[in-house]
Design a protein around this ligand. Structure first.
Ligand code: C2E
Ligand code: MG
Ligand code: MG
Length: 433
């Protein structure tokens, strides 16, 4: 294969072929440096409706030719799908070289194509990534390129070069698949961090929320927001819950002597709520660790509850039947009606940190929080304020009658050993720094 465009048989090209080509280029050129760009076209629908499908095909043919001309002999051009091309640059001198090539490719793609008496035009967005840095494998290169492309689309920029900071950008797709998460679970790369929850009346420790962390061997700690969405609707969401339950209940059992009443809160994902075996799974975990179920709280976000209110209420009822506590997490973000609260088999309500953070800044937010506390108490729910970051916010929430508090003011989520050092053996009070 050379840098010239593929013939029509190659339009069947898919990612696997691209990955093989990346590996072949790396193996052959002796220099493993590569830049990949994914060039995605938009506006083809308009071309089709104005010039007919033959016109659309003409535009694609012309673009394929032009990209072939941009590529050097040692580079590669592929049609990945009907509107995305991949351009693989062998041994770019530096990242600026890759960006220049992306510029040239964009110009080639967006130049009008003459069809009969008319001129058709499409737009292009390009994601770029480099190997060996920041990507370490062909697979990673491709994922990073997709993230960069997503960001280019959401920011409406012609091209975006991947950097690790893009992973936190709104609209960026996760660079991981469910398979990566499943493999990482098997490889023992997940850990539980514990964030203290404190009784606001006595100032004593009530327990902790268990928050999962993926300790990725190269990337470091990957926050849950980056990998939970990719497993939300797969079997892995059950594997993850099993891991979190067992790890945190094992920890509670180990702390039982010093902290006999310690409560651990575990988060359930919407995918867990839809799992017909959820209640059995939780019952098994409680039995394995031989703990009173009352020391386990299961948090369900308001928005996941709202996805199927009837089934959620049924599952919550069964969890309470086991003796576990149930909690409505991130309350205030999910548009549920207040009357609905009354009918949910819940023990606790956690006010979302977006409201808590503004309690001192805006009278309106303070009034909203105060009325949530009153309402929750009226229907016998305990109230947790999450995201308390300072003493003044804590004092305001305690004055409103909030039962429990959680947030950086008391401590960020931390490994079990740090938690133990900070809290255990201090009579349930935090150790003084
Ligand atoms: P969440 O359950 O509402 O957890 C609280 C989140 O707020 C945590 O983020 C925590 O680090 C953060 N946080 C706590 N105190 C403060 C504060 O004072 N200020 C600020 N700005 N943030 C604070 P994290 O650990 O990144 O988790 C994010 C979300 O991911 C969680 O929100 C939860 O919905 C989900 N999650 C975390 N661990 C698990 C898990 O084991 N299973 C499931 N299904 N979901 C989890
Ligand atoms: Mg939570
Ligand atoms: Mg929350």
């Amino acid at each position: 294969m050379n840098g010239k465009p593929q013939d029509s048989t190659a339009t069947q090209f898919r990612y696997s072929l691209l990955l093989r080509e990346i590996d072949a280029l790396r193996a052959r050129s002796g220099s493993p440096t590569l830049a990949l760009m994914l060039i995605q076209l938009s506006g083809l629908e308009e071309v089709n409706s104005r010039f007919g499908y033959l016109g659309g095909d003409r535009v694609l043919e012309e673009i394929t030719q032009r990209l072939g001309a941009v590529a050097r002999e040692q580079d590669r051009v592929f049609g990945v799908n009907s509107r995305t091309f991949a351009l693989l640059i062998d041994n770019p001198l530096h990242e600026g070289h890759a960006v220049l090539a992306a510029d040239r490719a964009a110009r080639a793609v967006t130049e009008p194509v003459v069809i009969g008496n008319g001129r058709a035009r499409v737009r292009a967005r390009t994601g770029i990534s480099l190997l060996p840095e920041p990507a370490h494998s062909g697979e990673e290169l491709l994922r990073q390129c997709e993230v960069a492309l997503d960001v280019a689309r959401s920011r409406d920029e012609p091209h975006v070069l991947f950097t690790p900071s893009l992973l936190a950008a709104p609209g960026a797709a996760s660079p991981y698949t469910w398979f990566d998460v499943e493999e990482a679970l098997k490889a023992g790369e997940f850990e539980i961090f514990y964030q203290p929850q404190v009784d606001l009346r006595s100032g004593r420790l009530h327990g902790a929320e268990a928050l999962v962390r993926w300790c990725h061997p190269r990337v470091g700690y990957v926050p849950p927001g980056q990998f939970l969405p990719v497993i939300e609707n797969t079997q892995s969401i059950r594997s993850l819950l099993w891991f979190v339950l067992n790890s945190s209940l094992r920890q509670v059992a180990a702390w039982a002597e010093g902290w006999p009443q310690f409560n651990v809160s575990v988060n359930l994902a919407a995918g867990n709520l839809a799992d017909p075996d959820l209640v059995d799974l939780i019952e098994n975990a409680i039995n394995v660790w031989n703990l009173p179920a009352t020391q386990l709280t299961l948090e369900l976000t308001e928005s996941s509850l709202m996805q199927n209110p009837t089934a959620s209420a049924r599952a919550m009822g069964k969890l309470r039947g086991l003796g576990a506590r149930t909690s409505i997490d991130d309350f205030g973000t999910g548009y549920s009606s207040l009357a609905y609260l009354r009918d949910l088999p819940a023990d606790e309500l956690k006010i979302d940190r977006a409201f808590v953070a503004r309690v001192l800044a805006a009278d309106r937010d303070r009034d909203i929080v105060a009325s949530i506390v009153q309402l929750a108490h009226a229907v016998q729910l305990e109230v947790v304020a999450e995201g308390i970051e300072d003493q003044a916010t804590l004092a305001a929430l305690a004055a409103m009658g909030c039962d429990l508090g959680q947030g950086f003011h008391y401590g960020a989520p931390m490994p079990a050993a740090d938690f133990e050092a900070a809290w255990l053996g201090h009579g349930g009070q935090r150790a003084q720094a």
